[in-house]
Structure formats: C-alpha cells, structure tokens
Design a protein around this ligand. Structure first.
Ligand SMILES: [Mg+2]
Length: 241
C-alpha cells in the first residue's frame, strides 16, 4: 500500500436544534385546558393534530399565517375536543405572544447533558426578528454557541444555506452535525439538503409524514441522547491515495 494521506475520522460533535415546538413550546394546550376544563394531554394531542394537518397540507399558511388561519385552526381544535366554545375565543386563546413561549420540560437538562458529553449545541430557527429575544429570555444562549434566525440571515428552512451558515460559524462540517426538529418539511428535508443527519421529534404520534422513511425518530429530546454518544478523541487513519 502506498504511503497515503493522514485523514482524521471525526465523530459527530455538533447538535443543532430547531426552536419552536422543539426546544420551546407555545403553552397553548395548558391555556386551552385551563379555560375549557379539558385534560391537558387531550388538548395537547388536539393541538398537535391540527398543527400536523396544516404542516402537511397547507405549508405556506402554516409557516406564515395570515388569512383566516387562526380561525380555521380554532374550528378544528374545538371540533376535536368537543368544546361548547366560541371559536373566536379559542382562536384568541391559542395566539402565542413572544412572552408565552416556555422551555420544553426536558430541554435544559438535555442541552446540559450534550455539552457535558463534548457536543457544541446551536439553534437554527425560522423566526422573525423577535426570535433572539425569546431565546435569550429563556436562557437558550447559555447553551447554544450559535443562534441563527431566518429573519436575521435572509434564508429560511428548508433552504440549506441557513444550516450551512450555522456550520460555518462553528467551523464544522455537515457530517459532524445532527439537526433536531419537529417539522418534517422544514427540518428533515432542510437538514438533508445541507448534508446533516436529521432527527425528528414526534411527541404525540404525529407521524407518519409521507416519506419520512428512515429518518431517526424520537418521542422527546431525551431521545436525542441516543443519537449523540459522548464525543471520543478522533482516531487518525492513514489511507492510500
Ligand atoms: Mg418547529
């Protein structure tokens, strides 16, 4: 065998996350449950089911809102939960203001665990200019070495550029990263386009999405830990040219 190049085989060392409904949630199910006296897990399942419907069938309106989206969403949730409620009130209650966002219960511990395992964490989010303030208020900047928001960089998932922008800031290659998100169309397809392995979070059985195929699937962020083992020192291999 001829003397060859020395090539470092590197393990994954970066975990990038989507923000909305992955690391944080809009607290809609709790508000609906409190106001209308339904169980929170039932409200959560209804919210997720209607979210999925829009995510899969009306992606543009799901992403950008507008029109009568809020009212249609409320009609569907009201119907599923069998609420004797004014749909306008349901729609209003489900509006998520910047101050309503909360961390997912397990997010902080998982981010800390990944950091302890040697991973660098980051955010890649489709969000308005309010995104950075929300992330800071919730303390995500303490865990994330980079926070990339679509409104700041001018690219929106599933465009690969928003992912490669984050990788460039971290000096990392696509194969060194995982991307964790809850939206098949933006997160899984986008990460794949950028050459990053996607992990899809499906908290209440929203799948199957058409074509999700062999995408790693986890029920919550704890599941990500199985895809991000402790980082070990990179072995050096000499390979022939
Ligand atoms: Mg999301």
């Amino acid at each position: 065998m001829a003397a060859g190049r020395s090539v470092a085989i590197r393990t994954r060392r970066v975990v990038l996350f989507d923000m909305g409904d992955t690391l944080i949630h809009g607290d809609r199910a709790r508000r609906l449950a409190l106001r209308f006296g339904v169980r929170q897990d039932e409200a959560e399942a209804a919210v997720q089911r209607v979210d999925r419907w829009f995510m899969n069938r009306e992606r543009h309106i799901w992403r950008h809102g507008g029109g009568d989206f809020a009212l249609r969403w409320a009609v569907m949730v009201t119907e599923i939960l069998g609420l004797a409620a004014d749909v306008y009130e349901v729609a209003e209650l489900a509006q998520t203001g910047d101050a309503d966002w909360r961390m997912q219960p397990e997010a902080e511990a998982v981010l800390a665990r990944l950091t302890a395992r040697g991973y660098t964490c980051g955010l890649v989010s489709n969000w308005s200019l309010a995104g950075r303030g929300i992330a800071r208020r919730l303390g995500l900047d303490r865990h994330c070495a980079v926070m990339v928001f679509s409104a700041e960089v001018g690219y929106e998932k599933p465009a690969p550029e928003i992912f490669t922008h984050a990788l460039r800031l971290l000096g990392a290659a696509p194969h060194e990263a995982l991307y964790v998100g809850d939206n098949y169309w933006d997160d899984v397809i986008g990460a794949r386009r950028a050459g990053i392995l996607p992990v899809l979070v499906d908290r209440v059985g929203r799948l199957p999405h058409p074509g999700h195929g062999d995408t790693p699937l986890v029920r919550d962020l704890q599941g990500v830990l199985a895809w991000a083992r402790p980082v070990t020192p990179a072995p050096e291999l000499a390979i022939a040219d």
